[in-house]
Design a protein around this ligand. Sequence first.
Ligand SMILES: Cc1ncc(COP(=O)(O)O)c(C=O)c1O
Length: 395
Amino acid sequence: MEKKKFKFLRGFATRAIHSTIPKEEESRPITSPIYQTTSFDVKDAFIKQISPKYIYTRGGNPTLHELEVKLANLENGDIGETFASGMGAISTTVLSIAKKGDEIIADYELYGGTQGLFNSVVRDCGIKVNYIDMTNFDQVLEAINNRTKLIFLETPANPTLKITNLEEISKIAKEKEIITAADNTFNSPYNSRPLEHGINFVIHSLTKFIGGHGDAIGGVAVSKRSDFKLMTEIKKNAHGIGACLSPFNAFLFLRGLKTLELRMQRHNYNATELAKALEERTDKIGKVLYPGLPSHPQHELAKKQMDGFGCIVSFYLKKGTNVQKFLRNLEIPHYTVSLGDCDSLIEDPYNLTHFSVSHKVKKMIGITKYMIRVSVGLENVDDLIDDFNNSLDLL
Ligand SMILES: Cc1ncc(COP(=O)(O)O)c(C=O)c1O
């Protein structure tokens, strides 16, 4: 019988748990060792006059390599490069694709840190960023000119959970020979794989679902073999800029991957149940935003391009509500930034994650003082629902 081709025939969890990289013959550890080293002895390679696989961890390391191979596989891509953070992955990818005089198209609704990067470092490099509404294809087409090199998107958007149509955007971009990059942090590769919809580069903040335990910061960029040339440029720049992931954090992300499928299933379930329960509280809540709810305006598109709807639920408390009192009375979620952890996290984007976004943009995309964003964790969902209902009752 022909041996099964691991990459294509195994399920998501099997590929996330098992490594395709052969273990040392002598010991064959189940858990991959952490190569916590700066340098590698290259004497043998020099004697044999072959180029050594590893010399210095900033340019490559077996623990990082294992993580890159696994993440590329889970994203249905071929090549990966890890970074010290999600922002390291975004900045290096963007600055490797667009150069002085070039233009980028991005949605108004982007993670605040990405907007900050685009409005400072990227702009200072002589690259113009044109912000549009990515769900409006006329706006996308109008923003394209012969200097446009990259369309950068995030779906679902943070914190409004607007969905961008990956297939349509990549079709427009391909026709105009423009590269596309999608920040897939909100989905994890379990819920969506943008390369399958024609996107060229996928980026993650590994800090979120991949790590999953709120204890490590990291990032990754993944592409298909067809974008090998640009990916080589990204790798070269990553090693030059030096925003490399530490082997210890790579080990934590490899460990996180082993439970990613289970955690995502629970995140998806808990968030759906909490969103449904919040939607019933019409006495205190105006509107609930979650792509898994039939009331979400793009629920059908979400069903088409996502395998699960994620852990972020946003909602609006009724105008005039004492938001601080609501947040204070909750016992389970931590009031903080970040998402995708085992613990539920809550915040009001107006004052925290999107504090630096201009008032005009906040108003345009619907970030009001009454908006709440929850990263629904892995606790027992009945406890979460009780906690939210209690806090609403106390208002
Ligand atoms: C969607 C998204 N992309 C990128 C980042 C940046 O990732 P990191 O904090 O790992 O640099 C974040 C951080 O919150 C994020 O939410």
